[in-house]
Write a protein that binds this ligand. Structure first.
Ligand code: ZN
Length: 269
């Protein structure tokens, strides 16, 4: 109950801040300071003027306040999510694909194979999805070879609602790179929305750096998926401090929670 009350007053303050801003008039793009309970909310998108009203972008303000923003496909509803609220995944089927496997190890750093990290994170993701009521199907459950096409064919066979491919990143040039990177197939608004949500929820769950959402139509698993699909890069194996995190079962569980929550928020839209 106290949480509910806090959430309600939080939204009341947000709506007040936004409606006050809407009454400011002007003649061009301008910088507007938004304050919540008297404290400045740092957001980095300029407001703009239309019909003598100053419009403040909802996404920029809401994300600056730590809310997760979901636009519904219709474009006429937006969900602002505060705190840990996660919708149910009952009745949904999600295919989780641990990248690489068998002779295809992916990157190897300090003797750690990407394929093994991907499997550990994907198994925890499947468990987190099932805890939310989904049927989760892994494309592989052991250290085995599997073609890129077999992975998305499995998703089609199961009539999956989503296809999520789990990978870990590496950089040959920047040994200090860290953070979460999510990818989608260009031209698919659904996949872009999914990848963008996964980025937000994974960063939110782990506190990792945000490496953005990227158009990666070059990736076969995204190109051949017949349902909304995203490939997530959970962190940089090439950066020793992040490699240690990626091997830590409790950090893997946070990544898994972030992925499951992103999937649930997407499918609730
Ligand atoms: Zn990979």
């Amino acid at each position: 109950m106290p949480l509910m009350k806090r959430t309600t007053s939080f939204f009341a303050a947000l709506i007040l801040a936004l409606s006050l801003m809407l009454n400011v008039s002007g003649s061009s793009r301008r910088t507007v300071q938004v304050r919540l309970n008297g404290e400045a909310v740092p957001f980095d998108t300029a407001a703009y003027i239309e019909n003598n009203r100053t419009m403040v972008p909802l996404r920029a303000v809401a994300e600056a306040l730590g809310l997760t923003v979901t636009w519904h496909h219709s474009g006429s509803t937006v969900d602002l999510i505060h705190g840990d609220w996660t919708p149910s995944l009952a009745g949904r089927t999600i295919v989780v694909d641990p990248g690489h496997g068998g002779s295809a190890t992916g990157a190897v750093y300090e003797g750690v194979k990407e394929s093994a990290l991907n499997l550990a994170i994907a198994q925890k993701t499947a468990a987190a999805l099932e805890a939310l009521g989904a049927k989760a199907v892994l494309t592989r459950t052991g250290d085995t070879d599997l073609s890129l096409y077999a992975r998305t064919e499995l998703a089609s066979r199961h009539k999956a609602d989503l296809f999520l491919s789990v990978h870990c990143n590496s950089s040959a040039t920047n040994r200090e790179a860290t953070g979460i990177y999510t990818a989608y197939k260009g031209g698919s608004r659904q996949s872009l929305a999914l990848a963008d949500l996964l980025r937000q929820t994974m960063v939110g769950a782990t506190g990792a750096a945000d490496m953005g959402t990227h158009n990666r139509s070059d990736l076969a698993v995204l190109r051949t998926a017949r349902m909304p699909a995203s490939l997530v890069e959970c962190g940089f194996m090439s950066t020793p401090s992040e490699l240690r995190l990626l091997q830590d079962p409790s950090y893997q569980a946070l990544l898994a929670q972030g992925i499951a929550r992103g999937a649930a928020l997407y499918l609730a839209a």
